[in-house]
Unconditional design. Structure first.
Length: 482
């Protein structure tokens, strides 16, 4: 028996969006010169106009951050810095619903995820790092670890506020000040976070937020007053940043793309595994750098798994992101939808077999039905390139070693999943998989205490946990980062 779901839309009355925003520099909003629209990708409604920051805006923000570092922030004890972080964390919790609705409107992801995953994790990151602020001297991070000064931070659109938290919380806990640029399609929650900084009475200039596009990001990367870069986004832009800072003494962490393997052995618990596969690739519309976008399943159980996966996929509710029943929301932008469609068409042309459940997709907004490709081979582009959408490529294997070889056969090395009932097999596989994050019998689980990052083209360094703190400290004893 199946139940019909009546619509259960979350009200958007809790958010008030201004028609136009400027930059947040030195504790105040300052007017921008040029602006560009930000839309709700589920409806194409224009939500607001965002300022396009230029070199002079970045310059002002860096000067404010330098002054705040020298005059105020570097003079506070870790305990005092921690108090501000706790205050920010509590305000974020108090205003959680407002942030969740705003994130869903601007990004297109389901309210169920912003409400239950993104925003609670954001608050958790601030709480976690608040606790570290006064313990840095005793944490094995080197003798008397010191901040770099001003950190330049550039973030993507897939987890807008969460990526802000991953960047801002460790930077402030370690005593750095910040110039941050959100992604062009999802600036609104970062601008609301600026209000939280005001509400928390964070000293002026400790956090500066300049909105804009790639040129604004590039102005951050090339500014001589910035000593540490933290970037999350595409491997292509990550490489550009690496080139730009190669001859400087700037430090950098780069969190880039992935093509995560979800490896399913023949002794895996089938129903749980199917849930894990769905969570691995359809969570957040597949706009996840560590998504389990390649299913590598043992041949003897492949048919059963695929059959059950199709049944489960037919139950995924695609539609209004503000509806509390929705599982899969809108694709974040027209450009991203074009990319997903192009790579999927390449999958067809390369001979893989495409399947999607019947979905009624709206004409307005950007939508893509959950999709799997079976019969994929390692040479196919859909097995090698990041699609960054709700598209799963399925490959099979006969021996455990073959599974490992296939899993590792990509330019990336960010995440992997292992499904098996045998502990010994899980340990064996986790030692052979070349990935920064490996989940066993689960997927896409995040915790502020757990370091996150990749091998190969997935980037440099780690964020989160003690490793993530080290990346914001001189002589911070980190491995892997520049
Ligand atoms: P992107 O890498 O261009 O954008 C990420 C951020 O970098 C944005 O804030 C952007 O304004 C900024 N940026 C762009 N060019 C820059 C430059 N030259 N210097 C400094 N900052 C710059 O990613 P985009 O174009 O939005 O997405 C393209 C593809 O990248 C996606 O299809 C996906 O495959 C991948 N991607 C991966 C992410 C991840 O978390 N690993 C996140 C976003 C995208
Ligand atoms: Mg938007």
């Amino acid at each position: 028996m199946t139940f019909e779901y009546a619509p259960a839309p979350e009200s958007r009355s809790i958010v008030s969006i201004k028609p136009k925003y400027g930059h947040f520099i030195n504790g105040s909003f300052v007017a921008g010169k040029k602006h560009f629209p930000t839309i709700n990708p589920a409806t194409e409604e224009i939500l607001s106009h965002i300022a396009l920051g230029g070199v002079s805006d970045i310059d002002k923000a860096v000067m404010a951050a330098q002054k705040a570092y020298t005059k105020t922030w570097s003079k506070l004890s870790g305990k005092e810095r921690g108090k501000y972080l706790y205050r920010i964390a509590r305000i974020l919790q108090e205003r959680a619903r407002e942030f969740a609705v705003l994130e869903t409107l601007d990004n297109g992801k389901p309210i169920r995820e912003t409400r239950d995953i993104d925003i609670p994790l954001v608050a958790a990151h601030f709480f976690y790092h608040a606790g570290w602020a006064d313990k840095l001297d005793y944490a094995g991070l080197g003798h008397n670890p010191k901040a770099y000064g001003v950190a330049g931070q550039i973030i993507p659109w897939n987890f807008p506020l969460l990526m802000l938290a991953w960047k801002v919380a460790p930077a402030l806990a370690t005593g750095n000040t910040v110039v941050l640029k959100p992604a062009e399609t999802t600036s609104l929650t970062a601008l609301l976070f600026a209000e939280v900084c005001q509400q928390a009475e964070l000293p002026d200039g400790v956090v500066n937020i300049v909105t804009g596009d790639g040129s604004t990001g590039s102005a951050i990367v090339n500014h001589s007053g910035i000593h540490k870069i933290a970037f999350t986004g595409s491997t292509e832009v990550g490489k550009k940043i690496a080139r730009a800072i190669a001859s400087t003494d700037k430090k950098a962490t780069l969190e880039l793309g992935g093509k995560g393997a979800n490896v399913v052995f023949d002794d895996a618990p089938v129903d749980e595994t199917v849930e894990g596969i769905v969570n691995g690739i359809f969570f957040n519309q597949g706009h996840v750098c560590c998504a389990g976008s390649r299913l590598i399943v043992q041949e003897s159980i492949a048919e059963e798994i695929i059959e059950k996966l199709k049944v489960r996929m037919a139950k995924i509710r695609v539609g209004d992101p503000l509806d509390k029943n929705t599982d899969l929301g809108a694709i974040n932008s027209k450009e991203q939808l074009v990319k997903i469609k192009e790579l999927s068409a390449i999958g067809d042309a390369e001979g893989a077999e495409r399947w999607s459940p019947q979905c009624n997709l709206s004409d307005k907004g950007f939508w893509f039905a959950p999709t799997i490709f079976t019969g994929v081979t390692q040479a196919n582009r859909i097995a090698q390139e990041e699609i960054f959408g709700p598209v799963l490529s399925v490959l099979t294997f006969r021996t455990p070693q073959e599974a490992m070889d296939k899993a590792n056969n990509t330019p990336f090395g960010l995440s992997a999943g292992i499904w098996s009932e045998k502990g010994s097999r899980i340990f064996w596989a986790s030692q052979h998989l070349k990935a920064g994050v490996i989940w066993a019998n689960t997927f896409n689980k995040f915790d502020p205490a757990s370091p996150f990052g990749g091998y190969k083209e997935s980037g440099w360094g780690r964020e989160g946990g003690k490793h993530g703190l080290a990346a914001y400290l001189k002589n911070g004893k980190e491995t892997g980062a520049k």
